[in-house]
Design a protein around this ligand. Structure first.
Ligand SMILES: *Cc1c(COP(=O)(O)O)cnc(C)c1O
Length: 430
């Protein structure tokens, strides 16, 4: 089926009819920039600088140590966790905002492995995907070593179910693949894991704030996610952790620190885990960073009266669909292949393209034109292609931004502009 020819007017009409369009005003986006990297670092909410200033000047500067009580600092990880819980479809008191995704993954995966070791010592395999985000695989390797377990990595999503069996302890997956944008069916895969007797750990780095979630209903046992991507919490923002309430009080987590203790200010020498998810806190919460994260999460909750995550998801799919179709119509013959799934049910909130060569330089040429995407290197040996990645964030990406981005891409390719030597130099962060 061919789509009718797309035009910029068509994109403008979509913006005009978009009930979520006013949400963009919540952000400070540099004039003229088309920012398609909110899946790597979300943009700055307008409310954040004043809130951070208030925390620094008033709460810290004037309130000093008293602010731990009077400014609600001590409860901030739980309060921000409660706000995030609304995006995950889980209840208040079930999420904490804390530490990094890597650290939270370490905590929950260790607990999952220990639960299995008690109940089913023959279960010694962590099942995951070779294409999972590297930190997830590194943390899993580290814990596999400590627990005498092994890691079984499948090459494609279709192989996951067959990789689960009587030896599986944990199914560890990232819900939306960071390279390809492919979205897993959480309910189906969790059910398959449970049928095989495995627990599930879901990394929501590219899902929270991007796709609607219902962790409890979809069979997640543990979940972690990232604060600086779709949650707009700022560079290095705290991450979050959720544990199914029935499991949350079963074990102490491995980084059992005083803030996760049942009575931190009793200063007793013996550890006694706090109730439920609060035990997943370890050390003193980073108050300034949590205040910024709270502002970021509020930008998503502001969509609730307009239909919330379901409405954001509809717009996200329309944006990525427009992007994909515009690339196919307007950039044909330039060697680009669409890597992100065409099927709405399988696509997260990003469009990924591959090209045999020049991917890095094409992204650099786009950045020079004010179109910010990013590049993820492939691996020729394992036939993983280089990826040009464009994240859409329905809170602030406009249809006309997508149109213009594709138009810049067309011009960069048509003029061979990316061959310019200045676009070949690799920076440390891609
Ligand atoms: C971004 C991302 C992370 C980041 O982990 P940090 O500990 O914040 O560096 C982890 N996992 C996935 C899947 C990601 O996409």
């Amino acid at each position: 089926m061919t789509t009718p020819e797309l035009t910029r007017e068509h994109a403008r009409a979509l913006d005009e009819a978009d009930p979520l369009a006013p949400l963009r005003a919540q952000f400070d986006i540099p004039e003229g920039l088309i920012y398609l990297d909110g899946n790597s670092l979300g943009v700055l909410p307008r409310a954040t600088p004043a809130r951070v200033q208030q925390v620094v000047a008033q709460e810290w500067g004037q309130g000093l140590i008293g602010s731990w009580n009077t400014a609600g600092w001590m409860t901030l990880p739980a309060r921000v966790g409660d706000a995030i819980a609304r995006l995950l479809g889980v209840g208040a008191g079930e999420v904490v905002a804390t530490d990094s995704t890597s650290l939270n993954l370490y905590k929950v995966l260790d607990v999952a492995l220990r639960l299995q070791r008690h109940d089913a010592p023959q279960r010694r395999v962590i099942v995951s995907e070779r294409s999972n985000f590297p930190t997830d695989l590194y943390i899993a390797q580290s814990l596999a070593g400590q627990h005498g377990c092994s890691l079984r990595l499948v090459e494609s999503p279709g192989q996951i179910e067959a990789a689960l069996g009587p030896d599986s302890a944990v199914l560890l997956l990232t819900h939306v693949n960071y390279r390809t944008g492919r979205l897993h069916d959480m309910a189906a895969l969790s059910a398959a894991a449970h049928a095989a007797g495995a627990l599930t750990v879901w990394d929501l780095a590219h899902s929270a704030g991007a796709v609607p979630l219902q962790l409890q209903a979809d069979g997640a046992d543990f979940a972690v996610g990232c604060g600086y991507k779709y949650l707009n919490g700022g560079p290095g923002a705290p991450a979050f952790a959720w544990v199914r309430p029935e499991l949350a009080s079963h074990e102490a987590q491995p980084l059992a620190g005083w803030i996760g203790h049942a009575r931190p200010f009793a200063f007793v020498p013996g550890y006694e885990a706090g109730r439920g998810i609060t035990r997943y806190l370890s050390g003193t919460p980073p108050i300034i960073a949590l205040a910024a994260l709270e502002c970021g999460v509020q930008t998503l909750l502001a969509a609730e009266p307009l239909g919330g995550m379901a409405a954001l998801r509809r717009k996200s799919l329309a944006l990525t669909r427009l992007f994909s179709e515009a690339v196919e119509q307007r950039c044909a013959g330039h060697g680009l292949a669409l890597v992100s799934p065409r099927d709405d049910a399988l696509r997260g909130s990003q469009v990924c393209l591959s090209r045999a060569d020049g991917g890095y330089a094409i992204v650099q040429a786009l950045i020079a034109r004010g179109v910010i995407g990013d590049f993820r290197a492939g691996d020729a040996e394992s036939q993983v292609p280089d990826i040009l990645r464009f994240g859409v964030t329905p809170l602030y990406t406009r249809f006309v931004d997508v149109w213009d981005a594709v138009e810049h891409l067309r011009q960069v390719l048509e003029a061979g502009q990316w061959r310019d030597p200045r676009f070949q130099q690799q920076a440390a962060v891609t």
